[in-house]
Design a protein around this ligand. Structure first.
Ligand code: SF4
Length: 481
């Protein structure tokens, strides 16, 4: 079987989405279910929902898309606090016992947790805890947080969570609930997104505003880096405090959320994802000279806003030169050797009526391993395109991400082993252009470009995770989320 994952191999992957809700009047399980639908792009391998009614905490989770996991409904998930999670993971780690939310029973009662990100000191912590007799049931770093909270001797859940949060490092947007409260916190750099929304009779905290929109919650604000909020009432403002003992001197929001990961209709840390992508396209157009193009097309869907920006800036039409088949399943039968099917064709088809005899600019958001770009160029040439100029709205991806994004080893990143000229030759494009780092920074309208993480492009890891990792003392954990 060819997996969709293998076909999607040429992209970085977000690894999780989280959704928490507190309301006595709304159906929290149903809202969590809808919230996870909105966050499905952040993880397609597993999904889960935990709900408590103040005494009993029930959980339902499994492998697959939200629709598959909850195909027989959400019966049995009744209560006023809910927590949901969708997950993408690296191969081999997609195992049922790693599916979140994770739930335990401890001296304070029920506890459930959902995490988006990656703990860079997970191996160190795990080793320490294991030596003191702690046993683990999963291979996800998330379980460490649960264990740290359960072992804390502090009096209240927020105090316990704060103590645990100060022992973990890396990227994390985490939601924890017991039978009374919902606690959410974001790492001190703010790598991964998290926002707060208001229902008429409750509160929602989640990874992206698109989930707020779907459940009818009004965006209130983003959770600040290093902030923890505690929700324990339908109406009272959540309590908020800065939990981190040490705050870095700058933020490091993930720029790739704006390039590719997040849904275009989300607004993250006040910056519109869609408009940032349009700006990237405009900037790319300003930086690419000497292309005599008849039209601009995108690799749908993620390249579309940047392609529209490119067309607007250059004054050339944006047309849908590639059509995406939205209905292919997660896996399909491997074509035989004789058929020699280009698997990309299952997903994309070039529109001959638009591209034949034309000089085409094809905009995509990124090239990671270089496995599909060449095949798409070939599709366009086979459909009669006179020339295909590939324009990428992010700089070359040369370094792995240690902050909750699925990147393979550095050697598998095409830009770390080949020059731009070699990549152009490899994908057989008539020309290849990447947006500059400075251009990418300029594409942000609201956020301070100095407060972002660009490590996968420039190798400058905001918290020095690479140095620690090179020493071999950390980041030895099998699975991240
Ligand atoms: S390394 Fe890249 S993908 Fe990872 S957090 Fe930084 S910008 Fe995002």
């Amino acid at each position: 079987m060819v997996t969709e994952k293998a076909m999607a191999n040429d992209k970085l992957h977000e690894e999780c989405g989280v959704f928490g809700i507190y309301s006595h009047k709304d159906d929290v399980a149903l809202n969590t279910y809808w919230g996870l639908y909105a966050l499905q792009h952040r993880g397609q391998e597993s999904a889960g929902i935990a709900v408590t009614d103040g005494k009993n905490m029930n959980i339902k989770k499994g492998m697959g898309l939200v629709a598959n996991v909850f195909h027989d409904g959400i019966a049995g998930l009744e209560g006023h606090i809910g927590l949901g999670h969708v997950r993408y993971s690296t191969t081999g780690a997609s195992i049922a016992y790693n599916v979140q939310p994770l739930k335990v029973y401890y001296d304070g009662g029920n506890l459930a947790l959902a995490h988006n990100g990656n703990l860079t000191n997970a191996a160190e912590l795990r080793s320490k805890l294991t030596k003191s007799g702690v046993v683990f049931q999963t291979t996800v770093d998330t379980e460490l947080v649960l264990s740290l909270v359960a072992r804390s001797r502090k009096a209240t859940l927020p105090e316990r969570v704060a103590e645990a949060a100060n022992q973990i490092e890396g990227a994390f947007a985490i939601i924890i609930m017991n039978d009374e409260e919902l606690v959410a916190f974001r790492d001190p750099y703010g790598f991964r997104p998290m926002c707060l929304g208001r229902l008429d009779n409750g509160w929602v905290v989640t990874s992206e505003t698109c989930a707020l929109d779907l459940v009818g919650a009004k965006y209130v604000r983003d959770i600040k880096p290093g902030e923890m909020i505690v929700i324990k009432d339908d109406y009272a403002e959540p309590e908020s405090f800065m939990y981190a003992d040490k705050m870095p001197d700058r933020c490091a929001h993930c720029i790739f959320e704006y390039v590719y990961f997040a849904r275009p209709d989300s607004i993250i840390d006040k910056e519109s994802v869609y408009l940032a992508r349009v700006n990237m396209g405009r900037q790319l157009a300003r930086e690419t000279k000497n292309i005599d193009a008849d039209l601009v097309i995108s690799v749908p869907d993620s390249g579309t806003p940047a392609a529209i920006g490119y067309g607007l800036e250059k004054g050339i039409p944006f047309l849908e030169g590639l059509t995406k088949n939205k209905y292919i399943g997660r896996t399909f039968i491997q074509p035989t050797q004789k058929q020699r099917l280009n698997a990309v064709k299952l997903k994309l088809n070039a529109n001959r009526a638009l591209v034949e005899g034309k000089n085409v600019v094809m905009v995509d958001d990124s090239i990671v391993r270089g496995t599909t770009s060449g095949k798409i160029v070939q599709l366009l040439k086979d459909a009669g395109a006179k020339s295909v100029h590939v324009c990428i709205s992010s700089p070359p991806v040369k370094f792995p991400c240690y902050y909750g994004i699925d990147t393979s080893a550095r050697k598998e990143l095409i830009a770390s082993t080949k020059t731009e000229a070699e990549i152009q030759e490899y994908i057989k494009a008539d020309s290849l252009h990447y947006i500059s780092m400075e251009g990418l920074r300029k594409s942000l309208s609201v956020l301070n470009p100095d407060g972002m993480c660009y490590a996968c492009f420039n190798g400058d890891y905001p918290d020095g995770a690479d140095k620690v990792i090179r020493q071999g003392t950390k980041y030895l954990f099998e699975t991240k989320c």
